[in-house]
Design a protein around this ligand. Sequence first.
Ligand code: ADP
Ligand code: MG
Length: 727
Amino acid sequence: MNILTQDIKYLQGVGPRRAELLEKELGIKTVGDLITYYPYKYVDRSHVYKICEIDGNMPYVQLCGQILSIENIGEGKSKRMVAHFSDGTGIVDLVWFQGIKYAANAYSCHKPYLIFGKPNVFGGRINIAHPEIEDAPAEVRNMARTTGNLFEDDSDYAFAENNTGTASSATTLPNFRPFYNTSEKMKKGTINSAAMAKLTANMFKILTRPLDETLPPYMTERHHLISFDEAIRNIHYPTSADILRKAQLRLKFEELFYIQLNILRYARSRQLKYRGLLFTRIGDMFNGFYHNHLPFQLTGAQKRVIKEIHADMKSGRQMNRLLQGDVGSGKTLVALMCALIAVDNGCQACIMAPTEILAEQHVETIRNFLGDMPVRVELLTGTVKGKKREALLTDLINGEIKILVGTHAVIEDNVMFQHLGLVIIDEQHRFGVAQRAKLWMKNEVPPHVLVMTATPIPRTLAMTLYGDLDVSIIDELPPGRKPIKTVHMFDAHREKIYNLMRHELSLGRQIYIVYPLIQETEKMDMKDLEAGFVEISSAFPQCKVSKVHGKMKPAEKDAEMQRFASHETQILVSTTVIEVGVNVPNASVMIIENAERFGLSQLHQLRGRVGRGADQSYCVLVTKYKISEDTRKRIQIMVDSTDGFEIAEQDLKLRGPGDLEGTQQSGMAFDLKIANLAKDGQILTIARAAAQEVVDSDPNENNPVNAIIWRRLKELRKTNINWGAIS
Ligand code: ADP
Ligand code: MG
């Protein structure tokens, strides 16, 4: 029997109860699943520090010494147990906030312990909260003895049995101890990291035969990768730092390779399966618009991108292209001109936006651009109902409506086109892949698809999130824009902020003030918004102030937005509902309250609401005085840069891909087991190239040299639920 498919519950140390936890919390059902539950870090336990050497900035350290005394401090919630621990070179406080009873029973004074934990400084003293503690093995005690003078007169501990001095410093401890993530529930069920380590150790006891290789020899050789078996064993229990690095490289490569293979294979099969509509003509609509209606010169980047898109449209293949462009780079115009190409070729175009406000604005913008051109543009959202909706659907199917703009309402089955040739999805990260696919079905030959994102995405993320799409980038803003000045201010600077506001208002400009809104504390957030509204209204009695938030009915919200857009009100106080796409060129100040609570791309999006006219614009990021180092860094990135791509890269570095906006909603797999898109860009590039080569050179998936690959891919697609989302 294959050990890998064996139920985890029969592994030594598991049993039915733990098996249930492992499955529920980590999806581990078999021994094979446990193999790829990799440690998230390793700690070098070959080194025992002296207390006099450590400080609060160090990562996890190992100390050897004894507890001198134990105190219970505080009452109720702040109750804690503190053990004063010494190795003769200094003292650290070991602190327990939880499990006090257990700890009090488990540990006693004046016994040699090996302790392990993260040192922190509090009130000038070094402490370690919830340390791991074990009896110090004799050889470690000896080691410590040669460096400090602990257990001086402690006759209880006969070191004699093994008293060979420093010679034994090559301890029997493994050099690297693996640490595994476990959930709160697991910890309650007594599966903490150490318990997981015992399980993986037990697993290797029964894995006596080498694990099957998962990449063909030509590939491991070419990329200097160690075998799967060696990698797996060393990823859990590395025998040296060097082999650990090799194991990581091997497994990261493999993980990224198979994801890319899946994506590229999918893109290819789509290419083979679907013929593309041929849009060879550039006709009256496009030319008429270009020569007579275009209010300004296209930027070089806009021209290039339109050419790239048109090349796709006349290639005979279905276009699947991602258009990336920073906020304000003029994507709407590109979208419109591409829609006109579709119209010139006898087809309809559909533009899908993530919110009603945005859809409405697109319609308005597009109608303004088109002026008196004979191209009918209509809006379809959830609020278009009854007779109006019926009439609209009729005109859509008989082809009178050439460009349909809408929210996800356009996906509904009863929305039928006469001949849909181009689908443009704005702000794609809010739509799932499945939704994207649904639009294709609206025409016999699937329409061309253009996905636009206003949140620039780092290259590595794009390769994984949109790895099946070709990419066009608008890397140039329309001329004459002054870079937005961004400043960081504290709550206490309120008067300064008001002065800036007064100045801008006196020039006839308008102002946005945005408050964060996160669901869990929605009530509190509303209070912030309400309080802010009252405060602003009384501080600026001569102004009219609009208030917009997500709890309002769409019609109310739109009416209020409209009042601001038409300059009836001068200040708009809102939550993030204005984040996407809203265009009021006269607004010159964006004030973001509690800026620390926003993601960087979100801040960048918000900031992009100003700076849309020729005037100098400002963005004020307001935080409380005390902020974390991490927050300070993030705010500084915003102050220093107005380049969305750079900000996205930095954000990825700081936060990791799991937290990036768009990755959750997108319905894409993001729980990479070992690779990190922020750090492993180079491996990703190589893995993608390798995958592309396999797809190109073995289109029928039957070359024997790749047999291992195709078998493995099948296995992965079966076992990993998330993979379905990619294809
Ligand atoms: P985004 O890429 O964020 O969707 P928009 O399409 O909303 O940007 O464009 C931002 C603003 O820039 C709009 O007011 C638009 O009319 C204007 N714009 C677009 N292209 C140009 C251009 N080539 N020259 C000058 N202004 C332009
Ligand atoms: Mg836009």
